[in-house]
Design a protein around this ligand. Structure first.
Ligand code: HEC
Ligand code: HEC
Ligand code: HEC
Length: 425
């Protein structure tokens, strides 16, 4: 289906939902019941520390802090097909932040995507995952955020086209797609499995990126974790499928990838995954990483994107590479860090043999990585991947990508100059 048709179909579906919502609106409760922690909730400094850990695991900063910006002051743009929205200021500022919000209002926002004055928030804020969080955990996050310095800056206003600027339309969407209750422990499974499920489905919200979305931007739960898209990057299939998912990875490789952003024979984490690892997963205790791996092992296998199936090709370093344009650029600009065979010269992270990104004939992530470089915050000159967007033309990047794909996966690369031009936007 063309993009325009998709958008029109969404508009039509939203419009019919709107009628339903207008009716339901009058039956919804309008006052907020107070919320209270359970007797198990720590207090004082212990509560703030627990809140800090949970805020890290939920990666609130990834969206609410801009590069070089003040912590939690918001303003990060989210470009959607029908306009741009910005993350909110969630510092303790009374006017522009959430300083004067009640606990009940905060819990409702995180769990149900409803703002202070009852207005609906957009699901670029992953509240459909956070809906699974316990009240205690949300209140602990609140306690930590109360220690954040106030920033008196409004977030930029959204630019959404009609009818998408009608926040109340989300009421119908929520009825269809918002989980009805917080996470329910499955007593037939181990504590570790339940912890992993809580992290993957709720707190660490892996599905927000790794689950494919339907026409209405909803996560398609029947294909949970079988591969999604973030800003043009592919967030690969991480179900237990052995051919196209992570079923063939060892537990140790998965744990290493999540906690360091690299696993030998699987390459490094690029794009939003590098950010998630740096800001969040690398700071989790090993017990949480183990729990995530335990849970991932039981995610029903879905075969998806078979053309990107990984085959580890180890080229001989002594091969004389061809004299094609791509080969010449690789030898001149890339081999000094990656080695002629991609085994990695500068550090372990530069070992790219077996990376999913070089096994995708369309090169979706590969061209973005070449243009943007590593998304590592602490860019160390010479150690992390630099950005090449101002150095090579679209044709050169396409030729280079096709060469890398062929040399490291044995597949025929299909990258066109137009794909590179598209990825520059
Ligand atoms: C993937 C990005 C993303 C993550 C992760 C995220 N948020 Fe947000 N958040 C947003 C966006 C975007 C908005 C604005 C939504 C809108 O305007 O409809 C928002 C809005 C909010 C609001 C409403 C503020 C207001 O003024 O109405 C609160 C509260 C909030 N987020 C808290 C959190 C907390 C707490 C976390 C971590 C547990 C978190 N967010 C994680 C993107 C994110
Ligand atoms: C903000 C979006 C985002 C979130 C959240 C996220 N991922 Fe990812 N993930 C990605 C992207 C994008 C890639 C592809 C990176 C690349 O090709 O370099 C990826 C790659 C991976 C890979 C490598 C798969 C392969 O075949 O190479 C694994 C494993 C993974 N993610 C697991 C997870 C788990 C587990 C979570 C939650 C604990 C998670 N991710 C959360 C975006 C995300
Ligand atoms: C200064 C050293 C350096 C140079 C030069 C360099 N890279 Fe990298 N590259 C890295 C490092 C380090 C990583 C791991 C990035 C990370 O962990 O964020 C990486 C990652 C990659 C990946 C893995 C992508 C993924 O998401 O799995 C590919 C593919 C890649 N580089 C290709 C290239 C190509 C092609 C060139 C030449 C244009 C190049 N690199 C130049 C250091 C370099």
């Amino acid at each position: 289906m063309s993009h325009t048709k998709k958008v029109l179909a969404s508009v039509a579906a939203l419009a019919s939902l709107a009628a339903l919502c207008a009716v339901l609106f009058f039956f919804l409760p309008h006052s907020l019941p107070p919320v209270a922690p359970s007797p198990k909730q720590p207090t004082g400094q212990a509560l703030i520390e627990r809140g800090e850990y949970l805020t890290t695991a939920a990666d609130c900063a990834a969206c609410h802090t801009t590069r070089g910006g003040k912590p939690f002051a918001g303003g990060l743009p989210f470009k959607l097909p029908f306009g741009t929205i910005y993350s909110s200021n969630i510092t303790t500022d009374n006017d522009h932040g959430i300083g004067s919000w009640s606990d009940a209002e905060f819990v409702r926002a995180v769990r149900s995507g409803v703002g202070r004055h009852g207005e609906n928030l957009y699901p670029a804020f992953p509240y459909t995952s956070y809906a699974l969080l316990s009240t205690d955990d949300i209140l602990a996050i609140r306690a930590y955020l109360r220690t954040v310095a106030p920033v008196s800056e409004p977030s930029p206003s959204n630019s959404l086209a009609f009818p998408f600027n009608q926040r109340w339309l989300m009421r119908g969407w929520n009825l269809l797609f918002l989980p009805w209750s917080e996470y329910q422990v499955d007593t037939s499974k181990s504590d570790e499995w339940n912890r992993g499920a809580y992290l993957v489905e709720g707190l660490a919200h892996c599905g927000e990126c790794h689950t494919p979305r339907g026409l209405m931007f909803q996560r398609m739960q029947r294909k949970a974790l079988s591969g999604g898209e973030v800003d043009g990057w592919k967030a690969w299939n991480i179900t237990n499928d052995s051919a196209t998912g992570v079923g063939g990875w060892s537990d140790a490789d998965l744990a290493s990838f999540l906690s360091t952003g690299h696993a030998k024979g699987h390459g490094p984490a690029g794009g939003a995954m590098r950010e998630a690892v740096d800001l969040s997963f690398s700071k989790l205790p090993t017990s949480d990483i183990r729990a995530i791996v335990t849970y991932l092992r039981t995610v029903p296998a879905v075969t998806a994107d078979p053309e990107t199936k990984v085959s580890l090709v180890v080229p001989s370093a002594s091969d004389t590479p061809s004299s094609s344009l791509g080969a010449r650029i690789f030898a001149g600009a890339c081999a000094s860090c990656h080695g002629k065979d991609g085994s990695g010269l500068v550090n372990l992270r530069a070992s790219i043999q077996g990376a999913h990104a070089v096994n995708d004939p369309k090169g979706a992530n590969l061209i973005r990585l070449i243009l943007q470089g590593s998304s590592d915050e602490a860019k160390e000159p010479g150690r992390t991947m630099p950005a090449f967007k101002s150095i090579y033309s679209d044709q050169e990047v396409a030729a280079l990508a096709n060469y890398v794909i062929e040399r490291l996966s044995g597949k025929v690369g299909e990258v066109q100059a137009a794909d590179v031009a598209g990825a520059r936007e």
